[in-house]
Design a protein around this ligand. Structure first.
Ligand code: FNR
Length: 412
């Protein structure tokens, strides 16, 4: 913390901007227009993304004085294990569009800083490879519930043997959100098979790939829309179009992935299956309604991630900080609450903890660090967040996490 402060204040400027908006702006310039739109963008008009920030800003910290904050302890406990900071890395898919080392670079940064990393189901690097780079450092696995239960079981088995210590089931992505920029920039052809390494490295997925397709695709109709999409693809990605046209197999994998990666028919009853096949703690990600939090308790769930997917799914949704106090009130500390979506500094971490979160997850900002500086870039972003949080805690008059409580903040 002192190093960052003195170097920055002395004019030794890091290539990774400290300021959240500066970091985003610089990353946008470094990324292709499609990658920037995909990573930075949100659903619809971006209303939920803005609400996430508004909800954080409505809560204000009330600093306390004369409390000897010379020695501080930022550690927390989650599922019986101690962690140095109340921060985790949110699962983010398709990271190869930000940096060729993708998830592996993030895994190394997580290991170097002691911050737990939640591997995405839509990773660009198989979890076994990331786990091997992390030694004993904590990793969890995020699951998109596939149409194939057998594939779900295979992912869970792989997560267990990769040393993942919890399964995070993301519930808010039964279908992809209405992301206007992606629709305009021919996003799917741009992806051309990125972000499916977790699938293509899976034995069950590979077997499913070989099974004959029960419903062969109908002959494509040549419509105005089809011609326009094709033109967008050729215009933006002439190379990828030719590659796709030449190689049948990756296309088959992409098609299979799109067919089975989520199950829109999923209900609470399905969770029993996951409970049967694993003893690991199960967290639900995407919970926003207090009634759903109570249902999760009824179903024996071990933790929640209060999240709106960084405003990428439902436009016009509540901000996560709008709902945290309401959810904390019904859960009454029975299971840990994590929160993400819009965390952009140490003060935000402090506010979430004050309102009942055990820890927060960081999303886009670490991807910006990755885009700008690979693993080192992610480490720098994390170091900034941790230093900022530690300072905020000290200046607010708190020596340890337990001293951060509802009386530390007020709603305005
Ligand atoms: C995500 N998120 C996400 N969540 C998940 O459960 N699995 C995934 O594969 C992804 N992929 C993904 C890609 C990109 C580019 C983004 C920006 C987000 C959501 C992520 O875990 C987290 O909920 C949000 O990123 C948190 O919001 P902020 O911090 O980005 O505002």
């Amino acid at each position: 913390q002192k190093k960052i402060y003195f170097e920055g204040a002395s004019g030794i400027v890091s290539s990774i901007p400290v300021d959240a908006q500066g970091l985003e702006n610089k990353a946008i310039k470094a990324l292709s227009p499609q990658a920037a739109a995909y990573i930075v963008g949100g659903a619809g008009h971006g209303d939920t993304m803005r609400q996430n920030r508004r909800a954080f800003e409505r809560w204000r910290i009330i600093p306390r004085m004369l409390r000897d904050v010379s020695g501080r302890d930022t550690s927390i406990e989650l599922f019986g294990k101690k962690h140095p900071y109340p921060l985790l890395l949110a699962p983010i898919g398709v990271l190869e569009m930000a940096h060729p080392e993708a998830d592996l670079a993030v895994a190394k940064a997580a290991a170097a800083t002691g911050i737990p990393y939640i591997f995405s189901n839509q990773a660009s690097v198989p979890m076994e490879v990331c786990a091997a780079a992390m030694g004993q450092q904590t990793r969890w696995f995020q699951l998109y519930w596939s149409k194939s239960d057998e594939l779900v079981a295979s992912f869970v088995r792989r997560a267990e043997s990769s040393g993942c210590e919890a399964i995070v089931v993301t519930l808010d992505t039964t279908l992809l959100g209405w992301r206007t920029q992606d629709l305009e920039l021919a996003y799917l052809p741009f992806l051309r098979g990125m972000g499916i390494a977790q699938y293509t490295s899976d034995p069950v997925f590979r077997r499913l790939l070989e099974e004959p397709d029960p419903t062969p695709a109908p002959k494509p109709k040549i419509t105005y829309d089809a011609i326009r999409t094709l033109w967008n693809v050729i215009r933006h990605y002439p190379g990828s179009f030719l590659e796709n046209a030449k190689s049948g197999n990756p296309r088959k994998a992409v098609k299979k992935f799109v067919d089975i990666y989520t199950r829109p028919s999923l209900t609470w009853e399905n969770l029993a299956y996951l409970r049967e096949i694993t003893k690991l703690p199960i967290l639900l990600k995407g919970i926003l309604h207090p009634d759903d939090a109570l249902k999760a308790l009824d179903h024996g769930i071990n933790g929640l991630v209060i999240s709106n997917h960084g405003g990428r799914q439902v436009d016009g949704a509540v901000g996560t900080m709008d709902m945290l106090p309401r959810i904390a009130e019904v859960v009454q500390g029975r299971i840990p609450l994590l929160l993400d979506s819009g965390v952009r500094g140490g003060a935000d971490i402090f506010k979430a903890l004050a309102l009942g979160a055990t820890a927060v997850c960081l999303g886009r900002p670490y991807v910006y660090g990755l885009a700008l500086g690979g693993s080192e870039g992610v480490q720098q972003v994390l170091a900034n967040y941790l230093a900022d949080f530690d300072l905020t805690m000290a200046l607010a008059g708190c020596r340890s996490i337990v001293e951060i409580g509802p009386e530390s903040v007020m709603e305005t």
